[in-house]
Design a protein around this ligand. Structure first.
Ligand code: SIN
Length: 495
């Protein structure tokens, strides 16, 4: 068992560390089988989660289907907003417990985990307020004595498949708009971090959200997880994760033409023009590269710096990166938690080795720290002399590696930045207003940070283009992913 015995005991006493159970049809049920969940800081087992079977998943979908219409017709939009607001309040009341649980199962530092819970809660508050604003239209008809109007209606049962890098925020960014719209949900949480999802569901039910409207079905079985994309009772799926899995789910969902939202991989460029404020640029690079130890879809993957300032920028970046401290997420003073598993560490090492083999220089980091035990650590790393033929230029590292490329012109860097099949986030730094407008329009991304490395917020539309997926989350657009628009044409009214 994990060495954090006392913390785990405290979590168990809170009633929010729910092991060995799924939440199906309003009840905590055991599946008969379990799988181990690991603390990435120690590589030791943290607890056991229910390993749900196809029967469990189908029961969950059936329950959600039975619940959905009753939920929508028995609640006003304002009532759904009030339920969500209560859920939001309970999440914040339990922020210490939730952050500790999240940090233990994901590895991110406690301050980062606390920030994530606040971020997760902000989506619930946002969609609590959006619920009553599901306006339709009235449309002047071209036919006499006819009135046309539109109704926003819930899409139905939603299959929600979430990633381990944001165990709380990716649940609430999908579930809150679904519930606000009047949908029921079947959540397949990540097998690396199922416990935060279960805790959030418990708080949702305590807030008064009808118990059978939310189902949480942990499983390690891909076939069971895929059932949400295949089952005809599910009307929509929302997935955050890899582009490969997203494409596979979209193909499965096509069988019943489900509505699909996909938030997939990225390969974010971070561009520093010669007129940039270098201090701001270094600060933004730190925020966008090393958040969650480099494991977010919007993390900077490639750092392009104008040749005239590349030496200065790299020196300042290296100075900051050397100030980071690796360690267990719950330890005080730690700024970089572990990666999620050994394969994630291997990928960073492979990218470093490939780059060095092709001429890059490791400016700092680059090693597995020798003093942190069995956890999945890798030092935050900066390499200089990166070039387009290296794996880091093409593939998402998803780890704490900042490769610095030098460039000579705006035209060249925009071309390099766009030379990827991904199009999620991009960042650039410049004080030239015309360039800001030009480059913001030319970058092929769904989200662009200009003179900032922080782009995520409940009110800002979140989503990608190209092979980074489709659909928008958060913002005034997010609820539409869970609604249909019905046109009602009333004829022969003869006023
Ligand atoms: C993600 O990595 O999928 C989400 C990142 C964010 O919301 O900022």
């Amino acid at each position: 068992m994990s060495s954090n015995t006392q913390i785990i005991e405290r979590l168990s006493n809170s009633g929010l560390f729910i092991q060995d159970s799924a939440f199906i049809n309003g009840e905590w049920v055991k599946s008969g089988k379990t799988f181990e969940v690991y603390d990435p800081s120690t590589a030791q087992a943290l607890g056991k989660a229910a390993n749900c079977t196809m029967d469990d998943m189908q029961a969950a979908i059936k329950s959600a289907h039975t619940a959905q219409e009753e939920y929508f017709t028995s609640t006003t939009a304002a009532a759904r907003g009030a339920l969500l607001q209560k859920w939001h309040d309970l999440v914040l009341e339990n922020i210490d417990t939730l952050s500790t649980l999240l940090s233990l199962e994901n590895g991110k530092t406690l301050p980062e985990a606390t920030t994530e819970i606040t971020y997760a809660a902000s989506f619930i508050a946002w969609f609590a307020a959006e619920a009553p604003r599901a306006y339709g239209d009235t449309i002047p008809s071209s036919t006499p004595n006819t009135l046309i109007m539109t109704l926003k209606q819930p899409v139905g049962v939603c299959g929600i498949i979430t990633p381990w890098n944001f165990p709380a925020a990716m649940i609430t960014r999908k579930v809150a708009p679904a519930l606000a719209a009047g949908c029921s949900v079947v959540i397949k949480p990540p097998s690396e971090t199922p416990f935060t999802a279960l805790a959030l569901a418990k708080l949702a039910v305590l807030a008064g959200i009808p118990a059978n409207v939310i189902q949480v079905v942990p499983t390690k079985d891909r076939g069971v997880a895929s059932e949400v994309a295949v089952n005809p009772l599910v009307s929509k799926i929302s997935f955050t994760g890899s582009t490969g899995v997203g494409k596979a789910l979209a193909k499965l969902a096509a069988g019943t033409l489900k509505k699909v939202s996909l938030e997939l991989g990225g390969n974010a460029p971070f561009i520093v023009f010669e007129d940039a404020d270098l201090d701001l640029a270094v600060e933004g690079c730190m925020a966008s590269k090393f958040r969650c130890s480099g494991q977010t879809c919007v993390c900077t993957n490639r750092v392009y710096v104008a040749r005239s300032v590349v030496g200065e920028f790299t020196a300042r970046l290296v100075g900051k990166v050397k100030g980071l401290t690796c360690g267990a997420g719950l330890e005080g003073g730690v700024t970089q938690g572990p990666l999620i598993n050994g394969a994630a560490v291997d990928k960073v090492r492979e990218h470093i080795a490939d780059a060095v083999g092709k001429g890059a220089v490791v400016e700092c980091g680059g090693e597995v720290p020798g003093d942190l035990g069995e956890g999945f650590f890798i030092q935050p790393t900066v390499i200089s002399g990166a070039t387009a033929d290296m794996a880091v230029a093409r593939e998402e590292t998803f780890g704490p590696l900042a490769p610095v490329f030098a460039f000579d012109s705006e035209e060249e860097v925009v071309r390099l930045a766009n030379a990827t099949e991904f199009g999620l986030a991009g960042y650039f730094y410049s004080r030239d207003v015309a360039r800001v407008m030009r480059v913001a329009q030319k970058l092929q991304v769904g989200m662009c940070g200009v003179n900032t490395g922080k782009i995520s917020a409940a009110e800002a539309p979140f989503g990608g283009i190209k092979e980074s997926g489709y659909g928008l989350e958060g913002s005034k657009y997010g609820i539409a992913e869970y609604q249909t628009i019905k046109t009602v044409t009333i004829g022969n009214i003869h006023v």
